[in-house]
Design a protein. Sequence first.
Length: 286
Amino acid sequence: MHSVSQEQATHQRPPSGQEQARFWRDPRFGNMECMAATFVTHEFPPHAHDTFSIGAIEAGSQVAMIRGAREATGPGALYLINPGETHDGQPGSEGGYRYRMIYPDARFFSTILEEATGKAFAGTPSFSRQLLTDAPLAAAFNRAHQALEAGASALEGEESLYSVLLSTFARHGSAVLTPSGGAEPVAVARARDYIAAHFTEEIGLEALAATAGLSRAHLIRAFRRHYFITPHAYQTDLRIRLARRLLGEGTTPLETALACGFADQAHLTRQFKARTGLTPAVYRAG
């Protein structure tokens, strides 16, 4: 991927120095989440989504880490992040960045591909590269996203987004999301599975290390090496993913906080805003 230069970022930086985000769900695409945002100082900690995260930078630049590599992205850059892929993001230049994102789930994406080809899609769609530069496709994505945000007619909005998603997969997609379990140490996988089964509960490092059969220090190092996130951050991320689902179903922030294992609503709000750029109340109302 080509990194954005400081000169490019300066000439295309967001027009406003204030952070702002618009979030909504589009029922035409399985209630797919959509966001258009400008972030000046906000930094996303390592996190993942249950859905794909597909988007493009409109102005400014962002620095993001994924699969252990950190790159700068600017106008013309695409984000093609698979479900469960750990990533972060920080402003890469003065003035921050403006970007547009959609979060389609894998089933919806598979349905689009099946409708386009007229045959059942084998496996799970995925992207082999998560950060790349494709200026024409990024521009097409932004136009389609702007049409959705502006409330374009059903035909215009659906046609433009379907076309972009099909083009994106045709250029950069792969047939299946290959499980990584075979290449992972069994011990670390046991720890991850234990966290996934008990993430709403209090989990002690000593008990987790015993489950994995590793020392506490060894577990932390190995977990970060294989999953690019610490065990505690992974637990928090799973809690936030559950919170997104509950809030999307209309559960109140307080009820959501308790159901996800947070000490109180304030704790949920801090962690949720850090990972999504939105408060639970805004996300619930979107």
